[in-house]
Write a protein that binds this ligand. Structure first.
Ligand code: FAD
Ligand code: MG
Length: 321
């Protein structure tokens, strides 16, 4: 634990990610409860080890439905809905491809094209069948796998915020490694750094100030490997089975719920800057910051945050209407 003015920071490693909790009170017991809560959700939702409820669903693919707890069912329902949006880059059934590429894990490799084509056939979100009454999930074909890696941290960040609010905290921040959720508005807001893609250490492109908002970043620079001079990152295009290839290095979404932020970073990654900004005109509750390979920083709007550019090698475009 370290203290910075009146802020107390607590850290842990969970979900393969560094976790940081900031409180305005020195409360080791509360921090331990928060980390326990995150661990409980990790144990339900992980696909990186057994047992978990999601792994049970995956193991029963093509055989039988599995009844899961309400939070897991609701999260899967939400992930399926996001996957079925026409043209969506989000796909909760992407598991077989994630497992084959192993990007960010030991043993990563570029799969042969025919293997990718075969695995793509096992990624139809429509074949994730939900039975509302039974609270069960059934993957219709053997080999199908759900992967909630693009959405679970957002969901968990929101549960941590709710838990802290219920515990009487009025100001707190949780960072689940790319997913930041904030409670309250201490001293005018929380400052969240926007990482400089592919830089060493803690270099920042800019900083945001938010209150009671989530800030979620997905980047091609977080988990990737290089083979024969080509970079392969962990956000896969569900249409091709290969990493999404466009002008973006990162997308940051500012929203009330981190769940929305987590879904929208993936959706926007698939859309790119122009289509993404157009789509967000219909969603005043969701705002984005795009960082491109050509060192542009584009704000879709900035109604719910303040942004300061810190690195002048980047050009800032503010689309605020
Ligand atoms: P996001 O951009 O939000 O999501 C990218 C991730 O979503 C990919 O890593 C992949 O899992 C999945 N994905 C890829 N393409 C798509 C797509 N088109 N649609 C939908 N999903 C897609 N990491 C470890 O190293 N070890 C662990 O033990 C471990 N355990 C975890 C347990 C849990 C419960 C969770 C939520 C994560 C865990 N992770 C672990 C991290 C995980 O493997 C991912 O790297 C992480 O969730 C990615 O989050 P992100 O915000 O960086 O990226
Ligand atoms: Mg995400």
């Amino acid at each position: 634990m370290s203290s910075d003015h009146r802020i107390y920071s607590y850290s842990a490693v969970l979900m393969g990610s560094p976790i940081l909790l900031k409180l305005y009170s020195h409360n080791e017991a509360l921090a331990a409860q928060v980390f326990r809560l995150i661990k409980q959700y990790e144990d339900l939702l992980t696909v990186n080890r057994t047992p978990s409820q999601v792994m049970e669903i995956n193991h029963a693919a093509g055989r039988h439905p599995v009844t899961v707890s309400r939070p897991v069912f609701e999260l899967i329902r939400c992930a399926k809905a996001a996957s079925l949006v026409p043209g969506s880059a989000f796909n909760l059934a992407i598991g077989p491809l994630v497992k084959r590429w192993k990007i960010g894990f030991k043993g990563d490799s570029v799969p042969p094209a025919q293997e990718i084509a075969a695995l793509l056939a096992l990624t139809s979100p429509a074949e994730v069948c939900l039975d509302e009454e039974a609270g069960s999930v059934f993957l219709t074909r053997p080999g199908m796998e759900i992967d909630l890696g693009a959405i679970a941290k957002g969901y968990i960040a929101d549960r941590v915020r709710d838990y802290l609010r219920k515990a009487g905290e009025t100001a707190a921040l949780i960072n689940l490694g790319g997913n930041v959720q904030t409670l309250g508005s201490p001293e005018g807001g929380w400052t969240v750094g926007l990482k400089k893609p592919f830089s060493e250490g803690e270099a920042l492109v800019g900083a945001l100030v938010v209150s009671d908002k989530s800030v979620v970043t997905s980047g091609t620079y977080e988990r990737y490997f290089e083979r024969d001079g080509k970079r392969y990152h962990h956000i896969l295009d569900p249409r091709t089975g290969y990493p999404l290839d466009n002008e973006l290095d990162s997308v940051t979404v500012i929203s009330t719920d981190s769940l929305d932020g987590d879904i929208w970073t993936t959706l926007l990654y698939g859309m790119g800057v122009a289509k993404g900004c157009a789509a967000l005109r219909a969603r005043p509750d969701i705002e984005a910051i795009f960082v491109t390979r050509s060192q542009e920083v584009i704000l879709s709007s900035a109604r719910h945050f303040r942004f300061t550019l810190l690195d002048n090698t980047f050009r800032l475009t503010d689309n605020t209407v």
